[in-house]
Design a protein around this ligand. Structure first.
Ligand SMILES: [Zn+2]
Length: 209
């Protein structure tokens, strides 16, 4: 796998994706710019975000200050929310000074990653599929504390993600769509790495439906 997890406060994940020209950072956790730069296995060239919630964009402004040349990529619809072009949904949408250089669309490529639409948790939520080995960064469509769960329903081991999910039906549809990608590894915003996740995702989708 070309992806290394970075965990903050034991429950918020970002991911370093190794590319030929350096590192793509997916999500930023919170108040972690210095730690992220120190932990990165190379120069951070770009920051790609799964969605606009505060626990994912929380270090963005500080990172941009320290790495002014870094390219910032945010999913189109969540970028609209941050720009005030569209109404906020549930969860925290902190004011950002950083404007994304790129508004991501489904099918876009970010280095080796393919952008996959996965709306529901937020209206613009995306996942990133590593085309080299089908490792999948699924953001907050799933959590994996204890077991894999879809964020469309309350789960006591990690209730926060479900509490701020915008559209439960679309979130479940996205969970099914991500399962259909046949990921070899599941990497989520909150919870540990899950290898060979097919069975765990099937069970999660069955419980969620
Ligand atoms: Zn979220």
């Amino acid at each position: 796998m070309n992806i290394t997890p970075f965990t903050r406060f034991r429950f918020v994940n970002a991911y370093f994706v190794q590319e030929d020209d350096g590192v793509t950072l997916v999500d930023t956790t919170m108040n972690a710019a210095e730690k992220l730069i120190a932990a990165a296995p190379g120069t951070i060239r770009r920051i790609a975000l799964t969605h606009g919630h505060g626990d994912h964009v929380g270090s963005l402004d500080e990172l941009k200050k320290r790495l002014p040349d870094v390219e910032v990529l945010m999913p189109e619809v969540d970028a609209q929310i941050h720009a005030g072009e569209r109404e906020k949904t549930g969860g925290s949408w902190p004011k950002l000074a950083t404007k994304p250089d790129v508004r991501l669309q489904a099918g876009d490529r970010v280095g080796s990653l393919e952008v996959v639409a996965s709306p529901g948790h937020t209206p613009g939520h995306v996942a990133f599929l590593d085309t080299r080995d089908r490792a999948l960064i699924a953001g907050d469509v799933f959590t994996s504390f204890g077991r894999v769960e879809v964020t469309n329903h309350f789960y006591p081991r990690f209730p926060f993600a479900a509490m701020v999910t915008w559209d439960k039906e679309r979130d479940l549809e996205s969970a099914r769509a991500l399962r259909a990608l046949e990921p070899t590894v599941l990497l989520v915003g909150h919870g540990p790495v899950v290898h060979d996740p097919a069975t765990a995702i099937d069970a999660a989708v069955a419980r969620a439906g």
